[in-house]
Ligand binder design. Sequence first.
Ligand SMILES: [Zn+2]
Length: 296
Amino acid sequence: MSEPTESRRQRASRRAGEFPPAPEPLPRPVLDSHTHLDITVNEVGVPQGGAAADPVAAAIDVAAAVGVDRLVQVGVDVESSRWGAEVAGAYKAVVATVALHPNEAPRCRDLDASLREIETLAAEDRVRGIGETGMDFYRTGDEGRAAQEESFRAHIAIAKRYAKTLVIHDRDAHADVLRILDDEGAPETVVLHCFSGDAEFAAECVRRGYLLSFAGTVTFGSAGALREAAALTPLDQILVETDAPYLTPMPHRGRPNASYLIPLTVRALADTTGADLDDLCAAISATGERAFGPWS
Ligand SMILES: [Zn+2]
């Protein structure tokens, strides 16, 4: 007889115990420019043993306590995009972005119908961005590329139509992302989420005026090229994100991530760029307001 399977709730509460301790608060407030609150509370649980009655409020409170007082909730499919738009309407600290993830687009039974749903949500006031969209050659093979590119192009068009920030997921696809953006014409504000390029690609993105959002990966020992990229990015083109519950910064890599761990990544970025921590926080906050604000 096999062991009884752990229920989703049991698994989530076991994993919630793995959340790392809260870091030292930041001297000035910043935002988490890219988080998946839905996945975090459903798959992992409530950070720091916050009140489970309202897991979203608990996640917001725990983050605000260390200076992360604004969050951008990012959609990956129609369902999570709808959820994000609703949560952004209900909580002042949250705004949303909506999209079909580049690995999701090739799996859509009716891509056009899903894109129409995304476009409907794009019109909402608390929806401030279109993303995460883009190209992913790591998880999607040749057979999915045409659908991925079609979806990316459609999202660029929606971002421009509704004057929303475009949030790009780019995995092993730097040249194609730039090619498609050039071909379509980029929206006014473009964010490269979880920036993963080297100095040369960063310089190209900076020249185009794009914003580079750095995740916990910038703290990893192996990320020398990424730190070189961060070091040459002007302070007013830097954003910071968790991509929670993924990409937990050092020294907690492997444990679940949440917005309250942003201070670890901000401090690593201050070390890397040589920027004063206060100045870096102020710059990130202002850039976040430009791209996604105002929150209230
Ligand atoms: Zn993401």
